[in-house]
Design a protein around this ligand. Structure first.
Ligand code: GLC
Length: 839
């Protein structure tokens, strides 16, 4: 933990004296209520409370003490009951149900027996087996789980049976009275690990410990853990790329994944089991096992279970501009003019950070700064901008404020076990916190967006929803505070990780109700498994330095491998002072990310594409323009993600899993099916090494052809980053535009990259109106292109499906022959088959 004096001074500098004081009070109060309600049925009072409180003083929020001694293992296997697709095994001290959800997805649910005392009489010596057409799941007589393929080869197995351990201790203070469940899986020493949500770590997560407890780190750099959005889903890739398996923990309580740190041949999972006498099913451990030959197939199955992104409005793929904060109204208008007139840089959306609100009261406007939001937004719409406003979960505890009054009257806020409303400090001062895990509260919250929607706001940015409170690092709602948990009931130790997910859900569902035919656009800072169903995400408060730029890519890659694909980072970095070079390099990478937004800190200078003058302005403008020309391609990648869960930004192993070099490669990436992007991540660099996996590749800028696998040394002056196109691809591109709905995609240019000899490659272009839900009623158009190499000629077959009519437009094709030949232009191409010869 950072030095408390430093934290105090930093707090005073960032948020002021009074909020900092509120934070100190919150830290003390957290310990007090955690001591008082350690057993909510028997709250402590008097001297015992004081002593328990004093013991808790050194315990930081979100602490995760190592588990105490093991108190139970399943013991010997006593009986097995088989059902169709399920197996129930009774052990002396626990029972397990193994159930096949599908031939490649198996759920394992352990439940300790009450008292854990049953002793073995006649135990079974043979493993029990559950077979699916693809897998065999074995439960050994001592309780170890293993999965094997249909021919009996073991794919994954436990090194030890599940066990339950006593609660851990931190500096003499027992963390409540919970226990832990411990899982130990055996892995090859060089297996690779991916997923786990948002991690400031390399792509391959091996060799470290990761905690699942959503946390606002204030600001972070490489190695800091945990961050805002955890997902307890781990992908294990066999070292030779032969197959992959995944484990999704079905618990929202804190957990710790040791990925080969303590033992390179094991994955250790410690799951916290909070003792909640008002909750049910204590001690249950449940997880899903996924198996697939490839990571891509695994993710398809994972997102089938946990959900996929909806098709966001097309403008969400435009360039976004933000800072903490643009105000007053005149500043916002000037920003809009700067984009459209002064600097002519394309942009789709302006984000309003917390200063638009009246004293940070959510769902209000500061009328001195923004006297007429409706008119301002209408004018911005007239210039082609969308407006996104930030919304925080904390509702100012102010009896004159309608949201607070209403929420209080209707019982919408989280409460202590004794029924008092929990109050804690954040931007507006002391706040109450809606219990988003309650469906009633979600509906209420969703409806609160009405005024914003009626003012014309186009998207909502849910922030601080870990939830983060003021005070020490990791400050949040205290553990004993109660939550509805969709009727199941529980306390914050179980609800914490679900808070951001449910806020995003409330927001997205509210926007969908308020504007039924418009696609909601929500970005959320926090989340959990499945948050992709409701929102996009950004990697929040990083730093304006090269290490943070370098860190961003693996973060985005692992988020994508956790189901959360619509992501990006604050371009230029959040805290600190970006240089022109850093901003440009960051932007050049981010134009290939789904969420492309520049944002910066309260005390940083403006971070706009023109802030550093030339040559940066021209380069930044060119790259943002390139993004706009690539919109048909990027929108297709987004559509594909909604269909299969395939992230838009993918590690190279996604498509080249049998090539071990790709397993740890995290300074280049695939954007969609066709592009390989190698951003420049080092200060002063004007060239970089790029790995091209097997196959034929075209240099995007020069059409030069390269045969992989190969390491190349590629020129990367400030105005360029290495980009390559996979042979056989058809890359659809549109005209230049200032914002996505400025003009139709006319002309549509199909960039054809001939495949290697004898090969045939399929590409897609997905189109619809970009804004409404008409696509769900068949109003879309899916263009399918097959490019075939045929004795030195290329053969293009273009077929279309769906009822959407893109209107009259010109479609041209540009054939990139490479090898020093000029690209050949075909003036007007129509669906059907066409053979194109050289020359
Ligand atoms: C949080 C957000 C950041 C935002 C700031 C003020 O730190 O992560 O993006 O600018 O709050 O709202």
């Amino acid at each position: 933990m950072a030095n408390p004096l430093f934290l105090l001074l930093r707090g005073i500098q960032t948020i002021g004296l009074r909020p900092t004081w509120n934070g100190v009070v919150h830290a003390v109060r957290t310990r007090w209520v955690e001591a008082k309600f350690a057993d909510p049925k028997r709250p402590l009072r008097g001297l015992p409370l004081l002593l328990a409180f004093l013991r808790r003083i050194p315990v930081p929020p979100g602490a995760f003490p190592p588990p105490g001694p093991v108190i139970a293992t399943p013991g010997p296997l006593l009986s097995v009951r088989e059902e169709e697709n399920a197996l129930h095994c009774h052990f002396a001290r626990a029972s397990v149900t193994v159930q096949a959800f599908a031939s490649d997805i198996i759920q394992v649910s352990w439940q300790p027996e009450a008292g854990m005392l049953r002793e073995a009489t006649a135990s079974l010596k043979q493993a029990a087996e559950l077979r699916t057409p693809l897998l065999c799941c074995r439960v050994s007589p001592d309780g170890r789980i293993a999965i094997a393929n249909a021919s009996g080869d073991t794919l994954a197995e436990e090194a030890a049976p599940v066990s339950w351990a006593a609660g851990g201790e931190i500096k003499g203070a027992t963390e409540e009275r919970p226990s832990y469940a411990l899982l130990r899986w055996r892995v090859p020493p060089n297996a690779h690990f991916y997923g786990l949500g948002e991690r400031a770590a390399p792509l391959d997560l091996r060799g470290r410990v990761y905690i699942n407890w959503n946390t606002d780190p204030r600001t972070y750099g490489p190695g800091d853990d945990p961050l805002y959005l955890c997902v307890p889903f781990l992908i294990v890739l066999h070292p030779d790329g032969r197959h992959a398996w995944g484990l999704l923990l079905e618990s929202s309580a804190r957990s710790r994944f040791d990925l080969g740190q303590a033992d390179p041949e094991s994955v250790g999972i410690d799951l916290y089991l909070p003792h909640d006498p008002q909750g049910q099913g204590w001690g249950k451990v449940s997880y899903l096992l996924f198996y697939a030959p490839t990571v891509a197939q695994l993710l398809e199955r994972f997102t089938e279970v946990t959900g996929r992104h909806p098709l966001f409005p097309r403008w969400a793929l435009g360039y976004h501009q933000c800072r903490w904060s643009y105000y007053p109204e005149e500043r916002v208008r000037r920003l809009a003019r700067d984009f459209r007139e002064t600097y002519r840089v394309p942009c789709d959306s302006i984000h309003l950070d917390i200063h638009y609100m009246d004293g940070y009261r959510v769902f209000t406007w500061d009328r001195r700064r923004f006297p007429d939001p409706k008119r301002l937004i209408a004018d911005l719409h007239g210039q082609g901008f969308k407006v996104v406003t930030i919304v925080d979960p904390g509702v100012k505890a102010d009896r004159k404020y309608r949201v607070f009054k209403d929420g209080l009257a209707r019982g919408m806020f989280c409460r202590y076990p004794d029924g008092r409303v929990f109050i804690g400090p954040v931007w507006p001062g002391n706040c109450a916190f809606p219990d988003f895990t309650d469906p009633r509260v979600r509906e209420w919250w969703g409806d609160l967006h009405r005024d914003l929607v009626e003012a014309g706001v186009d998207g909502i940015w849910d922030d601080m929803n870990e939830p983060a409170l003021f005070g020490e690092d990791g400050a949040t709602i205290p553990g004993p505070v109660r939550h509805n948990l969709d009727g199941a009931g529980g306390d914050h130790r179980v609800a914490h990780n679900l808070y951001g997910l449910n806020m995003a859900r409330a927001t997205a569902e509210g926007l969908a109700r308020l504007a039924p035919d418009r696609r909601p656009f929500v970005i959320t800072r926090s989340g959990w498994t499945g948050v992709q169903r409701y929102a996009a995400h950004w990697t929040a408060d990083n730093r304006s330095d090269w290490a943070s730029l370098r860190q961003t890519l693996p973060m985005v890659l692992n988020l994508g491998l956790s189901g959360i694909a619509f992501t990006g980072s604050d371009i230029g970095g959040f805290e600190g002072f970006a240089t022109g070079e850093l901003f440009t390099r960051w932007l050049q990478m981010s134009v290939f990310f789904p969420f492309c937004r520049a944002h910066t800190y309260l005390f940083s200078p403006d971070q706009e594409p023109w802030s550093w003058g030339e040559p940066y302005l021209s380069i930044n403008r060119e790259f943002i323009r390139l993004r706009y020309r690539l919109l048909p391609y990027l929108y297709t990648a987004l559509w594909q993600c909604t269909q299969t869960g395939a992230p838009i930004v993918r590690p190279l192993l996604w498509a080249f899993q049998d090539d071990p070099t790709t397993h740890t490669l995290d300074d280049e990436f695939l954007c969609g099916d066709a592009l390989l992007v190698a951003p420049v991540l080092e200060e002063g660099a004007t060239r970089r090494r790029v790995y091209l996996p097997a196959g034929l590749w075209y240099d995007f800028w020069t059409d030069e052809r390269h045969e992989g696998p190969a390491w190349l040394e590629v020129e990367a002056p400030l105005e360029r980053i290495p980009v390559f196109v996979r042979a056989g691809a058809v890359v659809p591109m549109g005209p230049d535009m200032d914002y996505v709905s400025q003009r139709p995609t006319d002309p549509l240019t199909l960039h054809l990259y001939p495949p290697a000899e004898g090969q045939e490659v399929v590409s897609f272009l997905y189109e619809d109106d970009g804004e409404t839900l008409a696509y769900r009623r068949g109003e879309y158009r899916l263009n399918r292109f097959v490019l075939r190499e045929d004795g030195g000629q290329v053969d293009l077959t273009w077929t279309v499906e769906g009822a959407f009519d893109p209107g009259p437009r010109r479609v041209e094709a540009l054939v990139h022959w490479g090898g020093g030949c000029e690209p050949a232009r075909l003036e007007s191409v129509v669906p059907g088959r066409r053979t194109i010869g050289r020359g």
